[in-house]
Design a protein around this ligand. Structure first.
Ligand code: UT7
Length: 309
């Protein structure tokens, strides 16, 4: 869906969207394709790349705020569709930080010796919770999924440092108010948009700029390196201006920051793994490279991961 498509449905312009966000297009799921389907498509490619069979997977974690159903978890549908017959499965709700949270949980299980192979997935069908009448949010979001197989070895490659933090005092800044136990759907609910995503963009923006940079600096320090040592930064793709502010604070040129916001918009939990996969397939990640991933989203919740590729 292009910016020109939005010009036909809300009072906006390609010029506003590009200059304020960096977004030109986003991908929208066809009817009949759900979060678990996109997760499965991504997971199949990750399993192939890792040379792992579905039977070898011990756990699948799906980071998503757009599950197929309220119950059971989307991870259980992924398990069924992929034939992960030996796996445990659960979802986590960490919005745009969903993939990094899944990655950190997976890594901790592996470090504890409980599991060997874990599928960490970030997947969203944000088009299903987008308020198409709200020009402040509808132009931002897209659908997608990304997946990684997390496994342990003693090669010295992998997750060197990670960081995760939330502040629930900011919960009202980015939320979907109706549909939970506080405001359940009732027969007389008038579909006023509160069942879709609401965001106070400018307030979220301020916290995002500050905390993404803090999260990034934290893992760089934990890993005992400096930002000069970063080969590539893979940030959550919410807004080009947030990403530029992050690069400036870290004193890293934009040539060392991976960008694909132009094509996909904000895909929440799918954003970081989509970008990681694209960077990998483009040959931008070399063995031994220090790669920084950093994300920020509804909760508010933010986190980072420093990987030696
Ligand atoms: O992924 C999870 C975390 N999310 C984020 O990190 C997103 C953070 N926030 C943002 O990226 C930005 O705040 C937005 C892109 C959402 C909005 O940009 P902004 O520069 O903060 O704009 P604003 O909300 O302050 O709005 C400025 C003006 C307003 O008009 P007035 O009141 O000044 O007349 C809005 O009504 O821009 C107007 N506006 C639009 N105009 C044309 C808002 N959306 C649009 C639009 N087209 N789509």
């Amino acid at each position: 869906m292009t910016n020109a498509d939005f010009e036909k449905i809300v009072d906006t312009s390609d010029e506003w969207i590009v200059t304020r966000t960096g977004i030109r297009e986003r991908r929208i799921c066809d009817d009949g394709i759900y979060t678990s389907d996109m997760s499965v498509a991504a997971a199949r490619q990750a399993l192939d790349m890792a040379g792992i069979t579905p039977e070898q997977v011990d756990l699948v974690i799906v980071g998503t705020v757009t599950p197929d159903y309220r119950l059971p978890s989307t991870a259980c549908f992924v398990q069924k569709k992929l034939g992960l017959i030996n796996a445990a499965a659960f979802d986590i709700v960490a919005a745009c930080t969903g993939f990094l949270t899944s990655l950190q949980i997976a890594s901790a299980y592996i470090a504890a010796g409980q599991y060997r192979y874990i599928l960490a997935i970030g997947a969203e069908r944000l088009s299903s919770v987008t308020n198409w009448n709200d020009r402040g949010t509808c132009v931002l979001f897209g659908d997608g999924a990304g997946a990684a197989v997390v496994a342990g070895d003693d090669s010295g490659h992998g997750l060197l440092a990670s960081f995760l933090r939330s502040d629930g005092r900011y919960s009202a800044l980015l939320c979907q108010e109706v549909g939970g136990t506080v405001n359940p759907f009732t027969p007389d609910y008038n579909y006023d948009g509160r069942d879709k995503i609401f965001m106070n963009g400018s307030e979220v923006f301020k916290v995002a700029v500050r905390e993404m940079a803090n999260a990034a600096e934290c893992v760089v320090a934990q890993a005992g390196i400096t930002s000069d040592d970063l080969a590539l930064i893979i940030p959550h793709q919410a807004n080009i201006r947030i990403i530029e502010a992050l690069a400036k604070r870290l004193k890293v040129g934009m040539d060392r920051v991976y960008l694909n916001i132009e094509k996909y918009g904000n895909t929440s939990a799918a954003s970081v793994p989509l970008a990681l996969d694209e960077a990998n397939r483009q040959g931008l990640l070399k063995p031994g490279d220090h790669i920084l991933m950093v994300a920020f989203g509804g909760g508010l919740i933010w986190g980072s991961a420093l990987v030696r590729w």
